[in-house]
Ligand binder design. Structure first.
Ligand code: SAH
Length: 353
């Protein structure tokens, strides 16, 4: 398959054009056009002959918005189609301080967490630098933004996939999206969620990117965590906590734990006690999430009341904890569900024809 222009960073694009006999400023023009989600036909600052040549070898866009669903509260769920036909999801959440886009980093996922829809068919493939970045370009443009007028202000790498399982493309993506010639989104406005790939957390410490590191904890007991998160068989909670401390030492950024509350599984007094023992005094925050029930498992969410009761107990014990606001509930479905439903519907339509 052809490569996409969005896969190149500014220097690479400049060198590519240099090899085609173009002056340096053309690199900046083209990089900015790609970041603005322009098609070849819209890149009118570039000579037509150059665009024709590029068209022969590269895709201008790494993905297209296939469908979108808007919630009553303004949240928009996007289904993107990649150039090879694969589908991925993104969610735009509107807050007072700006617009946050939740991004996917892989088609599918191989982490196998029990409660997560994204992983039910395993990993299809890693997403490229350009595919991850173009989720941002496409939605920014959908909202009427461009490179000068940024409509997407915050990013959360919490969609389908495990970002640290696609490490080099993740780093390439962060460099492109943070580039001051491109959309220039600051690391402070980016959150990354990982199920806890400890070796890559250490590797990430050395990249010098101070973003908001978020760990999917979901249980403070290793043995119970293994039952819902296969990755817990590889790394212990102690190893995760040490890696988080290392990240804190490097970046001075407080880290965050996500904790999906599952009725009767991880919401008892013993869990409050163990979370307190593990996390008290640490520079961290706990984000409690009500389980989004998926049809593939029988796990049930806690009630709203119990989520807040659990939070109160943690806070009383001196921890920093909040319950994640639920938005877009009328369109949402858990992460990865929209893609699965859409693929199933397409299959059914195919067989009924
Ligand atoms: N692989 C990364 C990022 C993707 S999942 C990770 O594991 O962190 C993003 C977050 O959504 C994780 O905390 C994950 O545990 C959570 N999640 C997955 N399925 C969910 C569901 N059904 N309900 C609520 N949260 C879910």
């Amino acid at each position: 398959m052809k490569k996409c222009l969005a896969d190149f960073d500014y220097n690479e694009i400049t060198n590519l054009l240099k090899d085609m006999g173009q002056p340096k400023y053309r690199g900046e023009q083209l990089f900015k056009d790609v970041c603005s989600y322009k098609s070849f036909d819209e890149m009118t600052t570039l000579p037509k002959t150059l665009r024709e040549k590029l068209k022969e070898e590269y895709f201008d866009k790494a993905l297209y918005i296939e469908k979108y669903f808007e919630s009553k509260d303004g949240t928009i769920k996007f289904l993107f189609k990649l150039n090879d036909g694969n589908l991925i999801e993104g969610v735009l959440m509107k807050y007072k301080y700006g617009n946050t886009l939740c991004l996917s980093t892989q088609v599918g996922c191989r982490m196998g967490c029990e409660f997560c829809a994204s992983t039910k068919d395993g990993l299809v493939r890693n997403m490229t630098v350009g595919e991850i970045a173009t989720e941002v370009y496409a939605v920014n443009s959908f909202l009427g933004g461009n490179i000068q007028k940024r409509e997407v202000t915050n990013l959360v790498l919490m969609g389908s996939g495990e970002p640290f399982d696609n490490y080099s493309n993740l780093i390439g993506f962060l460099k492109v999206i943070m580039s001051d010639i491109g959309l220039n989104i600051s690391a402070r406005n980016i959150s990354l969620s990982t199920c806890g790939l400890v070796d890559n957390i250490y590797k990430f410490c050395d990249e010098g990117i101070p973003l908001n590191l978020t760990i999917s904890l979901h249980n403070p007991f290793d043995e119970d965590r293994k039952k819902v998160m296969p990755i817990a068989k590889k790394y212990t909670i102690k190893e995760i906590l040490d890696a988080c401390e290392a990240y804190f030492k490097k970046t001075k950024r407080r880290y965050i734990f996500e904790y999906v509350l599952i009725n009767g599984e991880n919401d008892t007094e013993a869990h409050v006690k163990e979370l307190t023992r593990l996390l008290k005094g640490k520079p961290c925050h706990i984000n409690l999430i009500r389980l989004n029930e998926i049809k593939e498992t029988s796990l049930k969410s806690v009630t709203d009341k119990n989520a807040y009761l659990f939070m109160d107990k943690l806070v009383k014990n001196g921890l920093s904890a909040t319950v994640r606001r639920q938005i877009g509930v009328d369109i949402e479905g858990a992460c990865g569900q929209l893609r699965r439903r859409y693929i199933e519907e397409e299959k059914n339509e195919g067989t009924s024809n």
